[in-house]
Design a protein around this ligand. Sequence first.
Ligand code: UDP
Length: 409
Amino acid sequence: DQEKPFHVLVLMSDTGGGHRASAQALDAAFDSLYPSRSQITIVDFWTSVAGFPFHNFPRQYSYIAKRPWMWKLVFLWAAFPPTRWLTEAAFSLFCHSKVRRYFEAHDPDLIISVHPLVNTLSLSVLAAIRRAKRAPPPPFVTVVTDLGGAHPTWFDPRADMVYVPSEPLHQAALEAAVPEDRIRLFGLPIRPAFWQETRSPAQLRVELGMALNIPAVLLVGGGDGVGGLQAIALAIAARIAENCGSSAAQLIVVCGKNKSLLNRLQATSWPIPVILKGFVKNMSEWMSASDILCSKAGPGTIAEAWIRGLPIILTGYLPGQEEGNVRLVTESGSGEFHSQPDDIAECAAKWISDPELRAAIAERAKSLGRPRSCLEIASDIWDIAEQRQRERDAFRLRMLTSHSQHVPN
Ligand code: UDP
C-alpha cells in the first residue's frame, strides 16, 4: 500500500486563466519532485463536480469580467456576510450530496483547492464524511492564486494549510481566523516554463517571428483577453509611431480566448510592426522575448512578469479582487498603473525611448520574482500528505485489528 502513488485531487474552475495555470503548475511540481509517486486529477469543480445550477460559472465569469461594475456587485455579494451565507447555503443545498458522492467515489489521498469558491462546501462535505465514517479524512489544503488582495471565501479555518503568496494575504488569512501555524507564505505557483527557461531572448525572437533589434511591448488581458485591449493596442501603436518612429518598437497582442477581439485586430492596419495571437501556450517565451508588459492586474500575469523581469504597465483591474495587485506593483516600483489608453500609450512610449529607466524598473521587477515558489509549495504539501497518510494507515490498522478480535475463529 505504501508504494501506491498518492491520488491528488486538485479542485479548480476555469473562471479566468489563473486557476488552471496554478493547478497545472502544481501538477508539474509534484511530477518533478516525486516522479511516479503521485497521480493527479485536475477537475473543474463547478462544471464537473457540483454541476447544476452552478455549472455555468466559467461562462458567466467571462461575461462578468468584461463588465467591472457587475463584477464589483458579485464580489461584494459573495463577501458581505449575510449574502455570503445565503450563497453558501444555496451551494450546500444543491451540491452537497453530489460533491460527497464524487469525493467518496474518487477517494483521494490529498485535496488541493486553487479556487476561492470551493473551500467552504468541500470542507463541509469532508466534515460530514468524517462524522459518518469516524475516520481521518484526506488533508485539504488551499493554495491562494490571488496576489495583493483576496476574496474572504479563500480562507476557511478548517483547511489543513493555506498557502498565500504575499504579506497582505498572510494578514488577510489571519483576519479570517486561520490559525497562524496553518498559513505558509511562499509565492504564487507558477508553471514550469517559468522556472526552467534556458533559451536566450534573441533565440526566442527568431523562433517567435519577432523583429530582432527593436524593443517589444507585450499586451495581454488575462486568459479571457479582457480589459479593452483593442483601444489600448491602437493607442500604443499610434503613440509609438508618432513619438518614436514607425520602426522604433513592435507590439504583440495576446487576445487569449477572446476570438472576436482577435478577428477585429486582424482586420486593422497598423503603423508599427504588430504580431496578433489568440490563446498562447508559451507565455513564458513571449515574456522572455519582450521588454515591456501591458496587462490588467491579473495575479498570475504579474507574478510571471516579475520572474521574467518585465517592467509592467497595469491597464485595469477587477474591482475588489485585483485592486491590491495594483498597489503591490506600483509601491514596489516594478510598474505603473494607467487606466486610459492615451496614458498607457504615453507610458509605453516613454519607456521605449528611455532604456535606462526601463532597465531600472526591470531590475526591481526581477527582484520580486519567485520562480521556485511552486516547488516549495508542492514539497510542503507533500509532507502534510505523508503525515496524514501515516495517521490514516494507523487508523485502518486499528480498525482491522479490533474487527478481527471480534470475529470468532
Ligand atoms: N495566459 C496564457 N495564455 C494566454 C493568456 C493568458 O497562458 O493566451 C495565462 C497567463 O500567462 C496567466 C493566466 O493565463 O498565467 C492568466 O492569469 P491571471 O491571474 O493573470 O488572470 P485571469 O485570467 O485569471 O483573470
